[in-house]
Ligand binder design. Structure first.
Ligand code: BGP
Length: 464
């Protein structure tokens, strides 16, 4: 008794501003932390990316041809406020007005991420999220977004993958790894981001009573490496630290108890100012958006330094002495970048989130990074991506049949863009962008095989 995908399901795809737009310093845009970060050697930077800033009309036409019902993109804070706060840049407002209008003209629902990793550098120089003033800057920025775009944007996502920014702040560039107690600082930043998010949600409901807003963390099922109780406990602890801290706060407005005791034990508790808990308790998100790529398996850590692994392909650290260590799941195959492929884990993740929070869900990222090849006659045969997405969609339909309320599926990425750490050759899109790592070529758009496949999926509302 497989249930059908709901009518008016948001079939779509996702991108983020700094990874797709380019035009990094045009029309008054200020620098973000990404523009100022030391760049990973051997791969391109984000200066041109997919040049979407100049080609958005052509891109939206392609998304319309694909049949997109929704498109999830992010607004670059530094286009609206080049210095994070202060004067609004009218050219930034104009660009997103044009993009939103173009989407609506094509019957595509805009789903807007307010902040996707690209904090204004001017705010970072004043301490970034360690500084409580960034909460005010985010609130003002939110207000400007709601005031300018709220007449046409009905779906808002606050902060993309806040949990990844906290867990892997060193890789994403939000924290100075040389700090004496970087973890304490990260959990202070986390607290400030949570308060900022709660304020934005409240403001959204006040200014735009018809609009819906929610958080957008990266959530995955965490498996214990074995049935050994200590491994199960490590998995439970890690799930709290990685997943539930963020959603318990967004939805219930309280610190997850397991995480709070972990913070206390390690001396990482944040300073909470009077009034914060009130703000947090009254955020009331309308839905939960989440990104899913792979599940994660962990084992107990007895405190051995080798339990910390720095070899992750995204330059991230896996493992924490005395808490958990990473484990390779022998039942799962990996992609070209070593990420474990786990469609069933997608179903369990959907179930877990829904049964904890009972809010409608939308999948705002899921995808397969690969070295796609452009063949003669402009053919990109990404059958491996079709296979990957098909298997995940089967599991999505099973989750819907399990009673999980899901209203959209926006895989990563709508169009090829620059990966967070691995350049432009690691591709995710339905649409190929003709450029090499360092040779921009003509940046022409080419429909991949997955484009035609996904077009069929959408046209049949997921029956294909
Ligand atoms: C998510 C981010 C995206 C993105 C994606 C794929 O964590 O929200 O911005 O790029 O992962 O990751 P990567 O580009 O590192 O392959």
């Amino acid at each position: 008794n497989l249930k059908k995908f709901p009518d008016a399901f948001f079939w779509g795809g996702s991108t983020s501003a700094y990874q797709i737009e380019g035009a990094w310093n045009e029309d008054g845009k200020g620098p973000s932390v990404i523009d100022m970060a030391n760049h990973v050697e051997g791969v391109t930077d984000f200066k041109v990316a997919s040049d979407h800033y100049h080609r958005y009309q052509e891109d939206v036409a392609l998304l319309a041809e694909l049949g997109f019902k929704a498109y999830r993109f992010s607004i670059a804070w530094t286009r609206i406020y080049p210095h994070g706060s202060g004067e609004v840049n009218p050219k930034g407002i104009e660009f997103y007005n044009n993009l939103i209008n173009e989407l609506i003209k094509n019957n595509i629902e805009p789903i807007v991420t307010m902040y996707h990793f690209d904090l204004p550098y001017a705010l970072q120089q004043k301490g970034g999220w360690s500084n409580r003033e960034t909460i005010d800057a985010f609130e003002t920025y939110s207000k400007t977004l709601f005031a300018n775009f709220g007449d046409r944007v009905n779906y808002w996502l606050t902060i993309n993958e806040q949990n990844m920014m906290i867990l892997h702040g060193d890789a994403i560039g939000t924290i100075d790894p040389n700090l004496e107690n970087p973890k304490k600082e990260l959990y202070q930043q986390n607290h400030h981001m949570l308060v900022a998010q709660a304020k934005a949600m409240k403001l959204c409901h006040q200014m735009l009573p018809e609009a819906k807003i929610g958080p957008a963390p990266n959530i995955v099922s965490i498996y214990p490496a074995s049935a050994k109780p200590e491994d199960v406990l490590a998995a439970d602890n890690f799930a709290a630290i990685r997943n539930w801290l963020y959603l318990d706060m967004a939805v219930f407005g309280r610190y997850n108890n397991v995480v709070w005791s972990y913070l206390e034990e390690n001396g990482y508790t944040p300073t909470i100012v009077e009034g914060d808990m009130d703000i947090l308790a009254n955020a009331n998100p309308d839905f939960i958006a989440f990104n899913y790529y792979t599940s994660q398996s962990v084992a107990e850590s007895t405190g051995d330094p080798s339990d910390i692994n720095h070899t992750g392909d995204q330059h991230i650290t896996i493992g924490e002495q005395g808490v958990y260590k990473g484990h390779k799941n022998e039942y799962l195959k990996t992609n070209e970048f070593g990420w474990e492929i786990d469609p069933v884990g997608f179903r369990t993740t959907l179930r877990e989130i829904y049964s904890r929070y009972h809010l409608p869900l939308i999948v705002t990222e899921l995808g397969l990074g690969a070295f796609d090849q452009l063949e003669e006659d402009d053919i990109v045969n990404d059958s491996y991506r079709i296979d990957f997405l098909k298997k995940h969609l089967e599991q999505l339909q099973l989750a819907i049949s399990d009673g999980v309320e899901v209203f959209g599926f926006c895989p990563w990425s709508a169009i090829d863009l620059v990966s967070t750490h691995q350049g432009s050759s690691k591709r995710y899109g339905f649409i190929y962008v003709n450029r090499d790592e360092f040779d921009l070529k003509d940046l022409r758009r080419i429909r991949k095989q997955s484009f035609y496949w996904y077009q069929g999926v959408i046209a049949s509302n997921g029956d294909k």
